[in-house]
Structures are given as structure tokens and as C-alpha cells.
Design a protein around this ligand. Structure first.
Ligand code: NAI
Ligand code: MG
Length: 363
């Protein structure tokens, strides 16, 4: 099959780590099975420098048309003073909004070679492979009213409102069940139904959605605070965790730190399936930013970016064997002791961005 990718390298180390993904795409294209057609655009400061916008309408249209967008990182001190509407981050926000990317996927994987280096107990994290699915476009970050009210008696009141409608919970639940089918087949839904009405509804809708066509997936419910505790105590009990925007923000950051460095963490954001093709709009990006402090030095770790592309293989194209291959290549490279600076310990030989990309490709 043919797959259309839009590559948006962005700023700082973004273009440097994207080069390493392109090597893997080029290799996949020589295997004669799948064809990846790539187009490239500008986003962030790079787009601002070229045409005064954080992403051009032309590139935005390409993103809407692509089967998957592979995004590097945006931002840097060079653009600190540009107007707010065209700041580099505005490009990322525009993509998320126009593509309606309501499901944010953050995996926490423990590479065996790094289990020893972790400050956590090895048996707790060795072999860890979980996926947090966070609702990204609703909940307390967006609900109205949202204001600071002057109460007139020297007191003020800060108000945020948690709002979830049935359709928002249903679509994130479906996404989680479908993702679970490509992995361990289990979903744990987390909310606080004991104290929140939106939690009661969340629990109900997830349960109903499960009954309507997803009963092959195992579903469990957990209160989000207990879930946080379990995530640290014994994270391997989970496969897919689905939760709201606020709890997901915190739980995914906790899960991320179970396994390590910013340079290792991939992510994906998914939209609704196209009614005709069934394919979801999707964007894949490392969790880290443009790292201006190391840009141009060859010190950037390309693993988060390459692992993000592996997520595209798995979740956009259902190329599970290919995704496994890329992830195994990363693990093997680390097993050989190859390290970029950010994941190196004393005595390790440190290799460059390009050397790490080449080593993963060779594996
Ligand atoms: P950052 O993630 O860019 O860097 C934080 C620290 O981690 C730095 O010391 C950096 O050198 C290191 N680091 C990050 N990625 C690395 C990698 N792949 N390999 C080795 N080391 C790595 O966050 P920071 O410094 O807060 O922000 C820098 C710029 O990036 C800002 O303009 C910020 O707005 C932007 N940013 C963009 C994001 C995005 O495009 N999604 C996300 C976060 C920040
Ligand atoms: Mg966060």
C-alpha cells in the first residue's frame, strides 16, 4: 500500500532528528512491500522566517490531506519576540485544532539496556510497555465558565469547569479500545466518579461503548488517584490507560519518568476516523522541544523522533511487524552500549545524532 507522509521538521534539533527518520523511511521503501510518499513543509520559526506565519495555508492543507504528519519540534530564542499569533507554538496548536486531534498517546516503554541505569527498582520497570491515552481537546482546560471573579469583599474566585459530553467520551473510549487491539488487549479507564459528575458519566459511557462492539478487549475501571499510585507501585499491571485531559496530563508525565530521558519519549495525537477510509488523522512527535542549547552540535538523541515514527507505523498504518522491527532496532542499539550524550553515563562512549541513526538503521 501507499502511505502519504507530511514531514514537518521545524526548528532547532527538529531537522537534525528528522534526517534520521528519513533514513528509515528510505530503507522501508526499498523493501518492496509498503511505499511511503513523503512531502516536507515548514512549521514554527522556520515557517515564520519564510512567510511570516507559524504554518502556511499550503502546508496546513497538506497536513489535512496526509495519512500522517511527522513533526519535529518548534521554537527557540530567535523567535521569542515575534507577535503572539505567529509564535512558533501557534503552528503546533493550529495543527492540533484543525486536525481535531482529541486523543493524545504517550507510551512508557522500558528499554532493557536502560533498566539498570534507572533510579527505580529494576523489577518494577524491566519490560514495561504501557500506553496512556489522554483526552486532549475537552475537560477542565477548556470548559466554561473559566474566569477569575472579583467577589468585591477583598476576595477573588478562580473558576474552571470540567465539562465532558457523551460524544467526547465515546470517541476517546473507542480510540483506546482500538489501540488495545493492536497491543495487549486491555484497557483501564480512570476517573473520579466518587466525587465528580463528569467522572460518573465518563464511567458510564466507557462501559456502554465497551458493550457496543469492543467486548473482546478487557476493560477495568480505577479511580484516578489510586491509578496514580498503582502506576508507580507496579506499572506493568497496565496495558492501555484511558483518561481525561487533566488526569492524563499528570499520569502521562509520571509514566514518562518511570523510563527515562526526554530524548527517548515519543507521542502521537489522533483524530476521528474518516468515514470513508476509516483512517484517523494523526500527528507523531517527540515529547521534547527544539533543544536550542544543543542544536547544531550533533548531540541530539534521535530516538524519541524515530520511536514516534514507529508509532505511526503501528497506529496509522497497522504495520505492526515493521513497528516492532524499528523498536527492536532501538533496543538492540542500546543493548550494544551505544549512547548519545543525554543517556550516557560515566565511561560510556558518546556518539552523535547521525551515528545513532545509522546504528539503528543497521540493526
Ligand atoms: P526542550 O525539550 O527543548 O529541552 C529541554 C532539555 O532537554 C534541554 O537541555 C535539551 O538539550 C534536552 N533535550 C531535549 N530533547 C533532546 C534530545 N532529543 N536529545 C538530547 N537532549 C535533548 O525544552 P525547553 O528547553 O524547555 O524548550 C526549548 C524550546 O522548545 C522552546 O522554544 C520551547 O518553547 C520549545 N518546545 C517545543 C515543543 C514542541 O515543539 N512540541 C515542546 C516543548 C518545548
Ligand atoms: Mg504535561
Amino acid at each position: 500500500a501507499t502511505h502519504k507522509l507530511l514531514l514537518l521538521p521545524g526548528d532547532g534539533i527538529g531537522p537534525e532528528i528528522m534526517v534520521e527518520v528519513k533514513k528509515i523511511i528510505a530503507w522501508l521503501n526499498t523493501q518492496g512491500k509498503e511505499t511511503f510518499e513523503t512531502d516536507e513543509g515548514l512549521v514554527g520559526g522556520a515557517a515564520y522566517d519564510a512567510h511570516g506565519q507559524a504554518i502556511s495555508e499550503e502546508d496546513m492543507a497538506k497536513a489535512m490531506d496526509a495519512d500522517a504528519v511527522i513533526f519535529g519540534a518548534v521554537g527557540g530564542p530567535k523567535w521569542d519576540a515575534v507577535p503572539y499569533e505567529v509564535r512558533p507554538e501557534a503552528g503546533l496548536l493550529r495543527l492540533r485544532k484543525d486536525m481535531e486531534l482529541f486523543a493524545n498517546l504517550r507510551p512508557a516503554i522500558c528499554y532493557p539496556a536502560l533498566a539498570d541505569a534507572s533510579s527505580l527498582r529494576k523489577d518494577v520497570i524491566e519490560g514495561l510497555d504501557i500506553l496512556i491515552v489522554r483526552e486532549l481537546t475537552g475537560g477542565v482546560y477548556f470548559g466554561e465558565p473559566k474566569e477569575i471573579k472579583d467577589l468585591g469583599n477583598g476576595q477573588k474566585r478562580g473558576i474552571d469547569t470540567q465539562v465532558y459530553d457523551t460524544y467526547e467520551i465515546e470517541r476517546i473510549a473507542k480510540a483506546a479500545f482500538e489501540l488495545a487491539r493492536t497491543r495487549g488487549g486491555r484497557v483501564t479507564s480512570m476517573e473520579k466518579r466518587n466525587v465528580m459528575k463528569s467522572g460518573v458519566l465518563w464511567n458510564e459511557v466507557v462501559t456502554q461503548t465497551h458493550k457496543a462492539g469492543y467486548e473482546d478487549v478487557q476493560l477495568d475501571h480505577m479511580l484516578a488517584d489510586a491509578g496514580g499510585m498503582q502506576l508507580v507501585r507496579w506499572p506493568k499491571q497496565f496495558d492501555v490507560i484511558v483518561t481525561d485531559n487533566l488526569f492524563g496530563d499528570m499520569l502521562s508525565d509520571v509514566a514518562a519518568m518511570l523510563t527515562g530521558s526526554l530524548g527517548m519519549l515519543p507521542s502521537a495525537s489522533l483524530g476521528a476516523p474518516d468515514p470513508k477510509t476509516g483512517r484517523r488523522k494523526a500527528m507523531y512527535e517527540p515529547v521534547h522541544g527544539s533543544a536550542p542549547d544543543i542544536a547544531g552540535t550533533g548531540a541530539a538523541n534521535p530516538i524519541a523522533m524515530i520511536a514516534s515514527f514507529a508509532m505511526a507505523l503501528r497506529y496509522s498504518f497497522e504495520l505492526v511487524a515493521e513497528a516492532d522491527l524499528v523498536e527492536k532496532a532501538i533496543a538492540n542499539t542500546l543493548d550494544k552500549g551505544l549512547r548519545t550524550r543525554d543517556i550516557s553515563a560515566e565511561g560510556d562512549t558518546v556518539i552523535s545524532t547521525a551515528e545513532m541513526g545509522d546504528a539503528i538503521l543497521a540493526e
